[in-house]
Design a protein around this ligand. Structure first.
Ligand SMILES: [Zn+2]
Ligand SMILES: [Zn+2]
Length: 134
C-alpha cells in the first residue's frame, strides 16, 4: 500500500472498501450511492475528491475510455478491460494478457511500454444469451 503523505481518513477507507468489494467498475455517482448507505452525510464532492486522492495513491485506477464517464476500479493491479457494447458492463481481462502484449511489443516494435489504457469491446455472456434469443 502506497501511503505517501496522505492520511487514510475513515471516509476514504470506506470509499476504498466499497470499490474493492465490487467488480463492476462503478462511476463516481455509483460509488457515491453505495458509500452513502454507510455514510449518509457524505457529499458527492467529498467522494469525488477522495477518489482523486485514491487514484493518485494508486489504490484505485481510472478507466478513461470505458465510456462518457470515468469509471473506477478497486483492483489496482495492471489489467485490461472488456466492455459490453449492449449493457455497458465492464469486466477484467486476465492479468497475464498484459505481460503477453508487453513482451510482444517490446520484441516487435522495440518500444518500452510505460503506460497503457486499453478497453476491448464485445457482448457479455448475459447479453449474448439475450440477443441470441435462447
Ligand atoms: Zn452486456
Ligand atoms: Zn478492472
Amino acid at each position: 500500500m502506497i501511503m505517501n503523505n496522505f492520511r487514510m481518513t475513515p471516509q476514504r477507507r470506506i470509499i476504498l472498501e466499497e470499490l474493492k468489494k465490487t467488480r463492476k467498475h462503478p462511476t463516481a455517482d455509483e460509488v457515491y450511492h453505495s458509500v452513502r448507505k454507510k455514510l449518509p452525510d457524505i457529499s458527492m464532492g467529498t467522494v469525488y475528491r477522495n477518489l482523486e486522492i485514491l487514484t493518485k495513491q494508486e489504490e484505485v485506477q481510472v478507466i478513461r475510455n470505458g465510456g462518457k464517464k470515468k469509471r473506477y476500479d478497486g483492483n489496482s493491479t495492471k489489467h485490461f478491460h472488456i466492455k459490453c457494447t449492449n449493457c455497458g458492463r465492464i469486466d477484467d481481462l486476465p492479468e497475464n494478457l498484459v505481460g503477453l502484449i508487453k513482451k510482444n511489443i517490446t520484441v516487435d516494435c522495440g518500444y518500452e511500454i510505460t503506460g497503457y489504457s486499453l478497453v476491448l469491446y464485445g457482448l457479455c455472456p448475459d447479453c449474448k444469451k439475450k440477443l441470441g434469443g435462447k
